[in-house]
Write a protein that binds this ligand. Structure first.
Ligand SMILES: NC(=O)c1ccc[n+]([C@@H]2O[C@H](COP(=O)([O-])OP(=O)(O)OC[C@H]3O[C@@H](n4cnc5c(N)ncnc54)[C@H](O)[C@@H]3O)[C@@H](O)[C@H]2O)c1
Length: 510
């Protein structure tokens, strides 16, 4: 029985056997030798997820002034059933991520098919062949109980294993550049000691060859400017020693548009790691503030979105006030404050905690319950209430469902025995809520709906005419707008059609 990895489109790929891996090792050595003869340095990107696969193409796409690529890139993806499929998909020149950025398929075609200087593999020994490893594997924060982020912790086990694998294979002069968002202190207290341990086991003198470790975090946004958000964007970096810092600067300078987006060097990796987690905490706190005030606004007849627009006119100081919504999702804002809090207490053994950061995560995580309160106010019971939730991804016009607030909404509505159907034009499968069928046709969720929740502002929903929605429902549903997707004119149209309208932060609707 072959060991299979199934891609999101259902295609099955066989995970290589030991014999095939042995052949792959020979191929890797041959390719690497050929590429070195062309004067290229060799890079491995560890982890071909949302960040790693596109970062790998950006590195492969970088050329000198004569148009010659600086690097050959081996993308390394572990051979798990869940993720191995990315290897054959990438090697056919197809991105393993769906994106609205047209540059994504172009850069994959250019680097994999035309220039042939990016190739994916699942063979671990690839690390012995390279000059630089870029670490882009995931590192999660676990929050054991809902709404209590203070109990959150970081399980470093899989991350440590990933780093140990590098220590077992890399050359002593190989730079390990960590891009994974890590708890502050990780490069100094976790990565470097593991590499030292493995070097010692291999008989490498760590005084003469101290491990070279740098940290530079990604600010990638997998939307319409996915590639540019990696290549044409400001970067912060540092290293555990001067050589690491110098190698990291040279690498980033070759790959990124540092002329227009200059690099910022910080004093040490603790600082660079702190910068990343603080940057995302700043956003989480900003959103938590607007969520808190949205509830206040609702109770005193105020539209928080008009207030926000008014405040944001104070350019320079207030224009980045974020908007309230169903809640906060995605991979980063939901975990990064927790990673920092955990590091403070565990990696550094300090007293106290990052109160504001943790409180913000709690406000953001529990915010979807507020939409349930809004619905519950209008009905005697939620039991058997037919509710259509439009949008299950965490952000408009993307298909990423990781930590989506719609999941909390749907789960808690179902706990109250509401009859919930979900729709999303961008989501084929919802692995975080597998029992939930996500429809791509509104006709599959709207007929008979007593409540329609506009949970995510996908363009398709913004373009819906109220008469169309009401006709499809065949009822006069309660319309719930979770983030100002409906303007006052649209709200008035719904009301004219006999619907009640409510919304997060929209206290002005009577
Ligand atoms: N997604 C974003 O928008 C974003 C933005 C900025 C920073 N980040 C950070 O970047 C890091 C990666 O995020 P992501 O979204 O790409 O995660 P992801 O889960 O999409 O990708 C991680 C990949 O690494 C692979 N992997 C794990 N361990 C491995 C190993 N030992 N060897 C080889 N492959 C391995 C996984 O199978 C997976 O394919 C995280 O720390 C995240 O916080 C993400």
């Amino acid at each position: 029985m072959p060991n299979l990895s199934i891609a999101p489109d259902g295609t099955k790929y066989e995970i290589p056997t030991e014999e095939e891996n042995a052949k792959e090792r020979e191929i890797l050595i041959k390719i690497t030798e050929e590429q070195r003869k062309l004067g290229r340095k060799i890079v491995a990107v560890q982890g071909l997820g949302f960040v790693g696969c596109v970062m790998a193409t950006v590195v492969a796409d970088a050329t000198d002034k004569d148009g010659n690529p600086y690097y050959f890139v081996h993308g390394h993806q572990r051979a798990s059933k869940r993720s191995y499929w990315k290897v054959p998909v990438i090697n056919s020149g197809i991105p393993p991520v769906s994106s609205s950025d047209p540059e994504v398929p172009e850069i994959f075609r250019r680097t994999v098919v035309e220039r042939k200087n990016f190739r994916a593999t699942s063979e671990d020994s690839v690390y012995s062949l390279v000059d630089i490893v870029v670490v882009d594997i995931q590192l999660d924060a676990t929050k054991p109980s809902f709404g209590e982020a203070e109990k959150g912790y970081c399980d470093l086990l899989a991350f440590r294993e990933g780093i140990r694998m590098l220590g077992e294979h890399i050359r002593p002069d190989c730079l390990v550049l960590v891009e994974t968002t890590v708890p502050p202190g990780t490069c100094e207290k976790v990565v470097k000691p593991i590499l030292e341990e493995e070097f010692i086991k291999r008989g490498i003198d760590i005084k003469a060859n101290p491990p070279l470790v740098a940290h530079s975090y990604e600010r990638v946004m997998p939307g319409a400017k996915y590639v540019a958000s990696i290549r044409d964007f400001w970067r912060v970096y540092s290293g555990v020693n001067q050589k690491s810092i110098d190698l990291c600067r040279e690498f980033l300078t070759n790959c990124l548009d540092v002329e227009n987006y200059p690099l910022t060097q910080l004093d040490n990796t603790n600082a660079s790691e702190l910068a990343k987690t603080m940057e995302n905490t700043y956003r989480a706190v900003n959103i938590a503030l607007t969520l808190e005030w949205a509830r206040f606004a609702e109770q005193i007849g105020v539209d928080i979105f008009k207030v926000r627009d008014a405040i944001r006119k104070r350019k320079g100081t207030h224009d980045n006030l974020l908007r309230p919504s169903l809640g906060v999702g995605g991979y980063c804002l939901t975990k990064d404050p927790v990673l920092a809090n955990w590091a403070m207490q565990t990696l550094f053994g300090l007293e106290g905690r990052l109160d504001m950061a943790i409180r913000s995560v709690n406000i953001n995580d529990t915010m979807p319950l507020h939409t349930i309160e809004i619905i519950a106010r209008e009905f005697e019971t939620l039991r058997n209430l037919k509710i259509a939730v439009l949008g299950v991804s965490y952000l408009e016009n993307v298909g990423d469902t990781r930590h989506s607030p719609s999941k909390t909404l749907v789960e808690f509505l179902r706990k109250e025995f509401a009859d919930v159907l979900t729709h999303d034009p961008y989501v084929e499968a919802w692995p975080e809520l597998e029992e939930s069928q996500v429809e791509s046709d509104l006709k599959a969720v709207l007929p008979g709906a007593e409540v329609v929740v506009f949970a995510v502002g996908h363009d398709q929903y913004k373009n819906l005419k109220p008469a169309e929605v009401v006709a499809m429902c065949g009822t006069k549903p309660l319309i719930v707008d979770c983030s100002n997707f409906l303007n006052d004119a649209t709200i008035a149209e719904y009301k004219k059609l006999g619907c009640k309208v409510r919304g997060v932060g929209k206290g002005h609707i009577v």
